[in-house]
Design a protein around this ligand. Structure first.
Ligand SMILES: [Zn+2]
Length: 612
């Protein structure tokens, strides 16, 4: 079942005790959760507790009322119950879900109002414990009508399952800023030192995990996952526990040659510079210039292969709840030692950096299959899969006769079937909305699928990794190093998700380093949620159905997007937008989250004005 499905209410256990009310001018049936003198009771068991606790916290923020929580059987009576849990581990949830359970995948959600033994019930259910936070988030963000001392939900009977199962944020630890105003913030750079405190690392990633849980995003790649400077193993363990309880797979960046190894920075045996400093020089990567690197390993040395196996065993044993890993060997890096050169000439191996990638990653993949068989083992090829990209960094790339290239790289058949190949979508979709459509579509023609069994991809747009010279406010006094970090790319996300679904790819990674306080980034994240779940919907559908409750109304959603996307540079015009955003942020008809979004837009407009 790949579509949001509104079930016929005839299949419900019973009609809920719904009252008729007037909501934004329409007569709709609704179930009150908070009203004068009464409030719903929250019901959850252990697996649903993180989602239930989050629900109570957000409800308190919206209504100023703290809801009570209980475990066990439904108490009956005339007090509305909100039952939060999943159909795999919670018998009451399964019973209430009834026939709908068979329509839910493990990542699916169910939101339903019903009457059970005379009691009004709102069921918020996941297809597995990991999906429950998403059911709660779907209600809070898109279906709840709440204000101080008041909250209602309309009649609901909604089953929804995602089309793309891998919905992943790709982050560096050092430039992740979700709790703002902390000393040590950095908004661009690669392989930077971590400049904040260990507690800040946790604070940032707790907020990310809460957001991802609410918005049905389920994978979080962290480069710099393990460092002495943010508390080493103990802090990262806390991070993994917190995120996995919210349905988020933490995928540490593991450098299989470059990028630090398993322990990004610090005194640990599984940190690359530490490892190579203690061993013979031949273990080090040999560059094109004949120099041995202190921070990357040669793919062919047996000691390194053994170290990679031991490192993987250590990582998955130390962090049993890890959601997998994200492997990179070092962008297009090919060791030039005699052993590697000889191995690249063997018929079973690729002739370029794909060999180094494969030779340093298969040992990790093999161990992961034994120690973390359900983990998502993702690996980066640093390239797209169209013909222009696939072999662009092969040694013969300058040759005139490109027909001599093998169509399928050798690594494809050497990785285990469970491995998830991370291609680079960036150039395959680049220019969408800027260049003529036919020209952009040629970069990823219809019918072109990757050769790998499980495939996802990374988009660099919307981050510092893509420049935006046409947008004046992407440049700061420091230069334009932050690139598209604060730029809306929601339409590109929609197009990319559509292409993934059309060609059978399974997911997408975008950068998630910037807090949802930033309007353009929150808009990107909301588009990421919607179009990974429903890649065939249009931008208009998204604005009308999803952004209206986010920004207050359909008209306000259109107004909000227009201001976010505007490249207007005149001060009077920017001030006009700023004053309008300010006015709407004080609209008492809107709830506190909606008003906060308009206040965030006011801040963004002030930021742009400061750059004039
Ligand atoms: Zn080598």
């Amino acid at each position: 079942m790949n579509r949001r499905e509104f079930l016929n209410s005839a299949t419900a256990i019973g009609a809920a005790a719904l009252t008729t009310c007037c909501q934004r001018g329409f007569q709709t049936k609704s179930l009150p959760l908070v009203e004068s003198g009464r409030a719903a009771l929250i019901m959850a068991e252990s697996e649903g507790m993180p989602a239930a606790t989050h629900f109570i916290a957000v409800m308190e923020q919206l209504t100023n009322r703290k809801l009570e929580i209980q475990s066990g059987n439904l108490p009956g009576g005339n007090r509305t119950a909100v039952v939060i849990g999943d159909i795999q581990t919670n018998g009451i949830v399964r019973e209430l879900a009834g026939a709908r359970a068979s329509k839910m995948t493990p990542q699916g959600i169910l939101l339903s109002t019903m009457s059970y033994q005379g009691q009004s019930v709102l069921l918020l259910a996941g297809g597995s414990p990991a999906a429950t936070p998403g059911a709660v988030g779907e209600l809070l963000n898109f279906h709840l009508d709440a204000a101080p001392d008041r909250a209602t939900v309309p009649e609901l009977d909604l089953v929804d399952n995602p089309v793309l199962p891998y919905r992943i944020f790709w982050n560096w630890d050092h430039s992740t800023i979700w709790v703002r105003g902390v000393p040590g913030e950095q908004d661009h750079g690669c392989m930077n030192p971590y400049m904040k405190q260990a507690k800040d690392y946790l604070n940032d990633y707790r907020r990310i995990a809460d957001f991802m849980g609410e918005h049905k995003l389920n994978g979080l790649i962290i480069w710099g996952f393990l460092r002495d400077s943010h508390g080493g193993i103990a802090t990262s363990k806390e991070l993994v526990e917190y995120a996995s309880a919210r349905g988020v797979h933490v995928l540490p960046g593991v450098g299989s040659s470059d990028y630090g190894g398993f322990y990004y920075e610090g005194n640990n045996r599984f940190n690359v510079p530490t490892w190579v400093a203690q061993n013979r020089i031949g273990l080090r990567f040999l560059g094109d210039d004949g120099k041995r690197l202190k921070d990357a390993i040669c793919a062919s040395q047996p000691e390194n292969q053994k170290w990679l196996r031991e490192g993987a065993e250590w990582l998955f044993t130390e962090f049993p709840r890890l959601g997998g890993a994200n492997l990179e060997n070092g962008d297009w890096m090919a060791c030039q030692c005699d052993d590697c050169k000889r191995n690249r000439r063997l018929p079973g191996n690729d002739p370029n950096y794909y060999y180094d990638m494969m030779a340093t990653q298969l040992p990790i993949m093999e161990v992961a299959q034994r120690f973390n068989p359900k983990g998502w083992m993702t690996y980066a090829t640093y390239t797209g899969f169209n013909s222009e990209e696939l072999w662009k960094l092969a040694p013969w790339r300058a040759a005139a006769n490109t027909s001599s290239h093998p169509s399928v790289p050798k690594f494809v058949s050497r990785y285990p079937d469970t491995a998830i190949c991370q291609w680079t979508y960036t150039y395959m979709v680049d220019g969408w909305g800027r260049e003529p459509e036919a020209q952009v579509r040629k970069k990823w023609p219809s019918g072109l699928k990757p050769p790998t069994k499980h495939s996802i991809g990374l988009l660099h747009q919307g981050s510092q990794w893509t420049r935006s010279p046409d947008i004046w406010w992407t440049k700061s006094a420091r230069g334009d190093d932050t690139g598209q970090r604060y730029v809306d790319i929601s339409e590109l996300i929609r197009y990319t998700c559509t292409r993934c679904a059309e060609e059978g790819l399974e997911g997408l990674e975008i950068q998630g380093e910037v807090s949802d306080d930033s309007p353009a980034n929150e808009l990107n994240y909301l588009a990421f949620e919607e179009f990974t779940w429903h890649p065939r919907l249009s931008m208009d559908d998204f604005v009308k159905n999803r952004l209206s409750p986010i920004y207050g109304s359909h008209e306000d959603a259109q107004r909000f997007i227009k201001m976010v996307r505007s490249t207007e540079r005149s001060l009077p015009s920017l001030l006009k937008d700023l004053h309008q955003a300010d006015e709407i942020s004080n609209n008492r008809q809107f709830n506190s989250r909606q008003r906060q979004r308009w206040a965030n837009l006011r801040c963004e407009l002030a930021r742009r004005i400061s750059l004039l």
